[in-house]
Design a protein around this ligand. Sequence first.
Ligand SMILES: Nc1ncnc2c1ncn2[C@@H]1O[C@H](COP(=O)(O)OP(=O)(O)O)[C@@H](O)[C@H]1O
Ligand SMILES: [Mg+2]
Length: 1030
Amino acid sequence: MQGQLAMEGALTARDRVGIQDFVLLDETTDAAFLSNLTKRFSKDLIYTYIGTLLVSVNPYKELDIYNNKQMDLYMGVNFFELPPHIYALADNAYHTMLTEFNNHFILISGESGAGKTEASKKILQYYAVSCPSTTLLNTVRDKMLMSNPVLEAFGNAKTLKNDNSSRFGKYMDIQFDSQGDAVGGHILNYLLEKSRVVHQNHGERNFHIFYQLVEGGEEGLLHQLGLERDCQHYDYLTQGECAIVSSINDRNDWKTVKNALQIINIDEININHLFGTVASVLHLGNVRFDSDSKGRAQLNENNAELRWVSDLLGVDAHSLQEGLTYRKIEAKKDQVLSPFTIDHAIYVRDALAKAIYGQTFTWLVNRINESMENKDLSRKNVIGLLDIYGFEVFYVNSFEQFCINYCNEKLQQLFIQLTLKAEQEEYEAEDIEWEPVQFFNNKIICDLVEEKHRGIISILDEECLRPGDATDLTFLERLEERMSNHPHFVTHKLADKMTRKTLERGDFRLLHYAGEVTYCVVGFLDKNNDLLYKNIKDLICQSKNAIISESFSTMDSDSMRRPETVATQFKSSLLKLTDILMAKDAWYIRCLKPNESKQPGHFDEALVRHQVKYLGLMEHLRVRRAGFAYRRKYEVFLKRYKPLCPATWPHWRGLPADGVEVLVQHLGYLPDEYKMGRTKIFIRHPRTLYATEDAFEKCKHDLATRLQAKYKGYKAKGEFRKQREAATKIETCWRGVQARKERDRRAWAVKVIKKFIKGYMTRGQAKNTDNSEYLAFVRQNYLNRLKGNLPKTVLDKTTWQTPPAVLAETSEILRKLHYRLMVRKYVRGITPQKKAQFQMKLLTSSIFKGKKESYPQSVAQPFVDTRISEQDINMRVLQMIRNEHIKYGVPVIKYDRNGFKPRPRQLVLTQRAAHVIEEANIKQTVPYTSLKGISVSNLTDGIVVFHIACEVPKQKGALIMQCDTLFEFLTKLSIIANKQNAIQVVHGSIQFEIQAGKESAVDFSSGQEPTVYKAKNGHLMVVAARARTR
Ligand SMILES: Nc1ncnc2c1ncn2[C@@H]1O[C@H](COP(=O)(O)OP(=O)(O)O)[C@@H](O)[C@H]1O
Ligand SMILES: [Mg+2]
């Protein structure tokens, strides 16, 4: 059962805002009930369950819970899975219908303005969106949806409680085929409040359609109907003094209604007739009567309003005038016209207006039914929507309230029967002993009202039919006579002292299941009779207005049998309805209004408490909770709670029922707290379930933690394994790649080495494929080596790298090139001075190279311009030789010719001669012309001998000197005096003349220590240092 499913949703949600299901309230008191309702209302949670019953509180503001997204959310979802919503109820009814293939109805009840009509519209919209659709079905659906604005225009009105109050009861069947498509619809209407047509209380309006027509009707139409665009002009529209209210836009609604009329297939002609009847009522309301002297009502046949009525209804004006002012009494064969008083005439006029409007409304409902009818005879299932007036208690309650409250009493009875029936059936099916449920059964009140011959309605009818002067008060007396001992019936006369104070003499009070209501009997008879006099009825039947003629002719005016009274009609239609409903599965929506001022967010607790009471919500709750509050299929119960018992967790291998038994034993359920049915466990108190649920919550956490840990471990392990596998794979791949690379490298190396070896072996051969690379390598290798080891100076002749055979020639060329390059570089770096020096050195070389031992050492010593500067020469000497041009000067040691005494002297070479100078004296001048020869030894000594021609006057023979810079001196001399050929290198000794004819010699030898001395043979002995050999 859905009730129990709902409970589960409520269980899981009970810690949110209040409790989603009143069944699970800890205590079933008004206070607890209201507190839960208030809590939820304050959070805009307007829906709460009592089992499958939906309690709805009018939010008086648009809530964003009716969009397509919400519809999708609730579509096909189990009742208990989502927060309470009207869509959940609609969807659940729909799906139960489809799966169980049976019929359902949704009873929407509640006080005027509590949101019943809105609720029924929401359900209709839900089906329009959620059911499967085809183009054909869409038109059916449109008609169902569009029947609403039409019925509301004609059947709703502004009241003090609701700007759009439905003034009729409505039961609408939606027919579904086996696929779940909405394929047709049918409407039953109940007890339209016709009195509103002719009378409205202050602050209330007539039915919307009148204002819509006057305000919104096109000019042409108004003209054709003889109407003025001014509501104030019409008596029937102005009694409430609020024809125009800001909350209602009659003009817009008019357009909607016109459009809707087309969609529900009402053709142009009928639309004209329809507005004709509406207009005729307005005109009728403006018909006024004059009185003659005897107080009889007078009406001129040419009265403009009368004319319009006769035109619009297509009846004879005279007959109409007569019908409104006389009653035709048929006595035997004669007809007697009995004139009306003005009041009576007005009564008749109003009765006609009410009848016209009432019949028109019925006609309209029939038309809508025709347009929604599904002519296919295959089996359909239906969901009925019952939007019926709720219990009404006013300050003064009249016949209408009596009917309405009777209706509610019947519906409560129906609810009790259905619920108890369902309960009992379930108990029987489950083989559980039926325990009588403690609740108030209102059958006694239903009987009080409706029982044949004894009920209030029967007594009322009797009074209405009784010949003689029956009045409302005689009716009351009858009631007092017949009901005197009834516990639910009180009047002023029957009451005890205390109660009497609260009752008027014309009142009777019924103790309804929802509370006491005091009714004032005034008008009961008239309203129950609701009669039209025969003459006027006959006249109307001849109407040329098709709607009127059609609907009045079915009232069997011809038959002499009295038509049924209103109450009896109502009673039988309710009985029919009860039959219709009893054959169906019931769903309930109870609407509550939170305050009287239509304000959002305001919760008037007293007002709501009152409604909770008379909607019987507490009764409902008690019935729901009587016996067992909770029941559940064994499988489902076990599945949810099996973690609570080690024996059932994680798997129970036996029968589910046994598993449940073990489980509840483990949980410590007491024997009277639960019962085991055939397929279900029944739990008596919510608290037992709560305890179980709490344990489950706790256990769920533990379990969740354990599962989570396990799962995390498992996941981590898996992850790790995956990573490890991946790593291994990558490694293997990488290793493969490396190995292949290595293999390739080795193969390559082998090839290269092989080639190298082969190249090496064939290196001597001419270049061929085998050795070309090797040779190239050798070449490159050699050149690289050579590059890094080139000789740095021209003189370095040893550094050159030894070339391999193939490069011998190249190497030689390179070598030469390199040396040339170095030489070139060197030469480029030589200055003119250096050049001159080299030339001198060249000269020196040509004279001494290979001849004198000390020569090699001298090569590196640079020559200087002179060894004695002019300052160092004595001024006198300088003056004597200046004009000869001094070219070179050098200090020497002069050896005497005879004694070989060494004397230091300056030797200065001029252009013309060599001068031997001592201080200020020129000791000897040797003109170059007289210089015959110059001798030096081959050894390392510095001895120079000038051979001078002795015949030359003043010349004293040879000049023997020792000079440290011998080569420089002699080279300069040979250049200045052009004497290179005169220089001789002598071995052993140098012979020379001391004076003409007298010779001496200088003997040379090599020794350890260089010395110069006069030898015993009179020669000058020169020991030269032995030349160092390199
Ligand atoms: N679910 C709802 N959401 C928003 N407003 C609502 C809702 N139900 C009712 N109302 C408001 O309350 C007014 C009266 O509702 P209605 O269904 O006509 O009452 P009832 O048919 O019970 O007399 C609506 O016109 C609307 O303004
Ligand atoms: Mg309504």
